[in-house]
Design a protein around this ligand. Sequence first.
Ligand SMILES: NC(=O)c1ccc[n+]([C@@H]2O[C@H](COP(=O)([O-])OP(=O)(O)OC[C@H]3O[C@@H](n4cnc5c(N)ncnc54)[C@H](OP(=O)(O)O)[C@@H]3O)[C@@H](O)[C@H]2O)c1
Length: 328
Amino acid sequence: MERLMLAVQYNAYDGGANALQHVEVPIPSPNKDEILIKMEAASINPLDWKIQKRILWPILPAKFPYIPCMDVAGEVMEVGRGVTKFKVGDKVVGLMSPFSGGGLAEFAVIKESVTASRPPEISASECAGLPIAGITALQALSQTIGIKLDGSGERKNILVTAASGGVGHYAVQLAKLGNTHVTATCGARNIEFVKSLGADEVIDYKTAEGAALKSPSGKKYDAVIHCANEFPWSIFETNLSMNGKVVDLSPTLGSVMNFALKKLTFPKKQLVPLLLLPKGGDLQYLVDLVKQGKIRTVIDSKYPITKAKDAWARCIDGHATGKIIFEF
Ligand SMILES: NC(=O)c1ccc[n+]([C@@H]2O[C@H](COP(=O)([O-])OP(=O)(O)OC[C@H]3O[C@@H](n4cnc5c(N)ncnc54)[C@H](OP(=O)(O)O)[C@@H]3O)[C@@H](O)[C@H]2O)c1
């Protein structure tokens, strides 16, 4: 007889939190290169509700019903025959494919290639915050901007927008491991919090200075990790140093066209769209930084799976400080 598990799924596009349904479905089986985990924690990202709102239509969800959420942490219960790095009983964290989805369930299947070991001293919840938000911040800083996180590179001025959010709070901490001066934007209530992450200067985004993205000390930015919503290019342009780049995490058709146009005309200042690449090595690097006490996951709120609708609504609301976590 098939073993069942509790899960949360939706059956069609749109509908927000109210469209989530609590169901019992069969426990999935791992393929050759996959691992079955018993879930201990998961985190929710704006991408999860944006998929429900058709941001990747008609590609995702590949089929309905769809179990959302991709950031997962738990204990290995079973491994596919091709898996070499993990065994039953290991504690792990992983990033599920958006095509399969499946994180909001008691058991989940992840590919070995996007799984990292979790040391016993780091909680499942702290690790579950890392995959999407942490890898995005890491790839934006180290791969797109070229910041050396051992501090050996030349000094750069960085602006992180929405520094109080999931991606932003990792981006500030990672940027400070490099040789950087960090300016950050956030709401007034989070200014002290963002300073505690290491930001050198913080601007309230609801003030005139925040709207103009002006550094209080008059610095021009060599790079912007842009985690907030769309902003006019003209505002970025006046604040960038000669070769400054804006890494845009939520590119629109307009911003991608802008990027293509600017590439064609060889300007030095650029808007660079970024889409994270799921890499187990990057995830392990982040877990190791947490273990060494160099970065931390700040948890906005924790929910049991039975309160999935509340967590979903909180994420759509867009006012989380750090990460929204499910504990199983
Ligand atoms: N391209 C990719 O691969 C990729 C990967 C991950 C994420 N993303 C995108 O990156 C964006 C950020 O994700 P996230 O997980 O960090 O979001 P999040 O955690 O939901 O961000 C919430 C935070 O943003 C702050 N905020 C909102 N608008 C702001 C503004 N205009 N200026 C300054 N702060 C503002 C909020 O502060 P208040 O409460 O004070 O308003 C809140 O603390 C999302 O659009 C997400 O879809 C893209």
